[in-house]
Design a protein around this ligand. Sequence first.
Ligand code: BES
Ligand code: ZN
Length: 618
Amino acid sequence: MKIFNLFLASSIFLTACKSQSHNNSIAVDQHTQSNAQAVSCKHLQLAIQVDFEQQQLRGCATWEIENKDADELHLDTDQLSIDSVLVDAAKVSFHKDTTVPHLGERLRIPIQKNSKQVAIYYKTGAHPRALQWLTAQQTLSKTKPFLYTQSESIYARSWIPCPDGPGIRFTYDATVQVPLGFMALMSAENPQSLAKDGQYQFHMPIAIPAYLMALAVGDIAFKAIDARTGVYAEPTMIAKAANEFSEVGKMVSQAEKLYGPYRWGRYDMLVLPPGFPIGGMENPKLTFCTPTIIAGDKSLVNLIAHELAHNWSGNLVTNATWNDFWLNEGFTVYFERRLTESLTDKSYADMLWELGYQDLEATLEDLKGKPEDTKLKLNLAGRDPDDGLNDIAYEKGALFLRAIELKVGRTAMDTFLNQYFNHFAFKTITTEQFLDYLNEHLLNQYPDVVKDLAIEAWVYGAGVPKNEPRADQDRFKQVNAVRTSFLETNAIDTKATQSWTTHEYLHFLRLMPKPLAVSKMQKLDDLFHFTQTGNAEIADLWFIMSVAANYMPTPYTTSNEAMRSFLSSVGRRKFIVPLYKELMAHPYSVPVAKEWYKAFRANYHPLAQESLDALIGK
Ligand code: BES
Ligand code: ZN
């Protein structure tokens, strides 16, 4: 009987995969115009100068190549202006193809069979999508201008001519010249003090894909947490940041206990100015993060758990193409929640799972007309990958792994994941390779569960399969009770709310009726002072509720000063896009949305500007 089941189960699984011809073993990356298969780019030597006056990077990218048998090297560029190209020190005539939407301009460089080195002298264009140049006014310390990059997904090409695909890895060295008194940091071994001459040398001996290339320059201080971890931030933020992240050293050790050694040497974090358009970015050796997670009570450090986890899922085992993005993010969310659980307890992690589930439901609702975008395996051909990369990869991906864990048990799951990270370390992987590996190293020991798992539906189907796991609601049941009694009687049991963390408050507010009566808004504000909260997650949600309710906190103003101040500095897309959307949805708040966007647009990152221009107009 067992043998029969095994046969049946694996043949169902195999036919399921084969029947839809998903098992394409050679991953085609539709978002690079480079020819990395024919010419491998092994090592990059970057020498650039950072010019704050002209807001421009200038310099030379030298690639050490191994030519298999091509007569041209093809690199990705996006609005770069190329001054000259030398192949083994001899000037050559290069060619730049016309712009392909989303992908930029392919750079063609003639090479010989035995060519070894290609040097490209270049400058960045007028609006590089990876770069945000901030004036001193737009920083926290207001002392010096600031520059940072955000290369994921396909924006590295806007500041370095490179083979820009997640499946292509290289090592790098860099020399970065900045004005005197500035600090420069990269996704590499980093300095901990100022270079007297403004010249910084970087060394990255571990091969990484272009989307993990990163640079930040500004008035930046360093503070150690322990021997292997530390934090960089603007001087006015450094003490607060070091305090918020004081447990991160332990977090790294705990992550190692779960899923094997941290292989990147140091783990540091850089807290960026508030305009940073995302929450965090897993740049190797140096996570970039938004200051909006510095809540004062460590309640939002699970974002660091997430970026740290990427050093296994993403940086170590990398999605081969952006169609396989869930392999980066779904695994990372799963890992992040397991890590958080092991540092706190199950009831805490369950809250994160439940809030994630609510995010997933909201995303599914948003994507109602676009079922293709709700699959784990995506087809992003012809699109900017960023348009297709949404919560599905994160939450549906993590839930899929959780569904597997629940079937096979935690011990087997963790053994498998350790094996997986080891086996594919420093490699790239497609969804199909993962499924093969999963089948061979885990599921074939559990033939009975394969059918129940509905793998085909999870990975290649739209929406979420019926067997989705749901977290226990222990702590949220109490929150629901407090909310219900508040809605019915206007009374709040403050004994119950005393022990609440950020996540209980988020759940409390998320399930309030929308709009909530102004009197009820006022009552909540009197009790919890939400309008004045320093917690950006709660503030954002509360401001959205305030707009919907047309609630203006006392002393009565026609525009909400706290909200104005929030929008004037915070650039995190996840917060400001929904808030502007709510403002644009009501006739009474449209004028203020327009007025604020006009005033604050320059404070936002180019990519955030793109989303908001579409919503509000320039
Ligand atoms: N790697 C992502 C950020 C990213 C994804 C940038 C796709 C560009 C394209 C990062 O790890 C991330 O997921 N950040 C989240 C953090 C959250 C899930 C804890 C964010 O910024 O909100
Ligand atoms: Zn992530």
